[in-house]
Design a protein around this ligand. Structure first.
Ligand SMILES: *Cc1c(COP(=O)(O)O)cnc(C)c1O
Ligand SMILES: [Zn+2]
Length: 397
């Protein structure tokens, strides 16, 4: 599959290349002429919408890789904010609890098609779980590189799929680049955050949202809002809307709006400054740990995506993320803090005039956060024989 550079247009067929000589990440070449001229009528999995991206589809192995995507699009009026009509894409419904399964499924299918059986990733969160699970299901050799100080709970969540787990001392940001070089020498395909195959698979989140809007007779959304860390998911989202507008299936691109946690917001800072490139920051602590990337490898591409579509990149503080998480829960949706940022961002985007009264906006609730429901809480305890007492007057809440 030919890869191209979004920034300088360079092309390559060399399978080992995932970044351009200019420094920017490559993505798969898309052919708008190969895009079907109507929307798919059903969205049972990501593979139903992948043809809309205009890339060659890999053969999909049976089992787990067939299960990614196909998440519903919920109209959640209780989350409407400042006149903005909110729709939620609950990506926690994916097999391992996040949208990462879309990219992993594509990456694993493409690797197996090339006869590659050794994969790896650099992650201590959802991507590690996703890659390890898919490797286990396909009986592939899997190496997961994690930071030395990873929390026990996170390590345990990854370890249940029995990958080769390696704690790495040193600058975790550099590890992304080192893993690509080491993997190339060792014959291990690293499906990192913005690998071209991962980006193509993750483009299906947007392809599904746009298909679901179209099938509902609702035209297309005014904006998509998603949390951004490495910029890989944002890149796939841009690749999707670019291809569909070029193919003529979409009249105009929705505004692509990206959110970061204020404690670690290099892309939002570059957007606010009007810069064309993203400068690494000294990242701080945030409850939205899944999106704390101080030196995002696809930051420049995410920045370009927001600008090209009239969107924005904003940062939200932890207390606002917490409040948004509670609003999601009140709507019956458990989402991890990284995903709750999207609802917090709606207020900001409305204030900034990026969103208008009456806009239809899809929030991508990227992950369920199975392994992190927060600290232990005290619960009432009662003996079976006294169960009735729970519902005595005054004891109900
Ligand atoms: C990985 C992840 C993100 C960020 O995605 P990027 O492609 O790295 O920008 C957001 N939310 C959740 C839950 C994630 O796991
Ligand atoms: Zn380039």
């Amino acid at each position: 599959m030919t890869r191209v550079c979004w920034a300088c247009g360079a092309r390559t067929d060399d399978d080992s290349r995932v970044r351009c000589d200019c420094g920017e990440p490559l993505w798969l070449e898309t052919d708008p002429d190969s895009v079907p001229d109507s929307w798919p009528t059903s969205v049972e999995s990501m593979w139903d919408v992948l043809p809309l991206l205009g890339v060659p589809a890999p053969d999909v192995p049976a089992g787990l890789p067939t299960a990614a995507g196909g998440t519903p699009l919920l109209r959640t009026d209780s989350l409407d904010t400042e006149g903005v009509r909110v729709h939620v894409k609950p990506e926690g419904l994916n097999p391992t609890g996040s949208f990462k399964d879309r990219g992993t499924a594509f990456g694993v299918a493409a690797a197996l098609e090339r006869g590659e059986h050794r994969i790896g990733t650099v992650s201590h969160g959802n991507m590690a779980e996703s890659v390890a699970a898919h490797a286990a299901a396909a009986d592939m050799d899997c190496t997961v590189l994690v930071p030395a100080d990873i929390a026990d709970q996170r390590l345990a969540a990854i370890a249940r799929y029995s990958p080769r787990l390696v704690r790495v001392d040193g600058d975790y940001g550099r590890l992304y680049y080192e893993s690509l070089a080491v993997g190339q020498d060792a014959g291990v395909r690293f499906l990192n955050s913005d690998a071209p195959w991962r980006v193509a698979g993750q483009a299906t989140t947007a392809l599904e949202i746009l298909t679901q809007f179209a099938n509902r007779g609702g035209g297309s959304p005014d904006a998509l809002v998603l949390p951004v860390s490495s910029g890989g998911h944002a890149s796939g989202t841009w690749q999707a809307v670019r291809t569909l507008t070029e193919a003529g299936l979409l009249e105009a691109a929705p505004k692509l709006c990206f959110v970061q946690a204020a404690a670690c917001a290099p892309i939002a800072a570059a957007f606010a400054r009007g810069d064309d490139t993203v400068t690494a920051v000294e990242g701080g602590e945030t409850i939205a740990y899944s999106i704390a990337n101080a030196d995002p490898p696809s930051g420049g591409r995410a920045l370009a995506a927001a600008r090209a579509t009239g969107g924005a990149v904003v940062a939200v503080e932890d207390p606002a993320i917490e409040r948004a998480g509670k609003r999601f829960a009140a709507a019956g949706l458990a989402v991890e803090p990284a995903s709750a940022t999207t609802l917090a961002a709606v207020e900001r985007l409305r204030e900034d005039g990026v969103l208008d009264d009456g806009d239809e906006v899809a929030l991508v609730a990227t992950g369920r956060g199975f392994g992190d429901a927060g600290a232990a809480v005290d619960a009432d305890r009662v003996d079976l024989s006294a169960l009735g007492s729970l519902f005595d007057a005054g004891a109900s809440r």
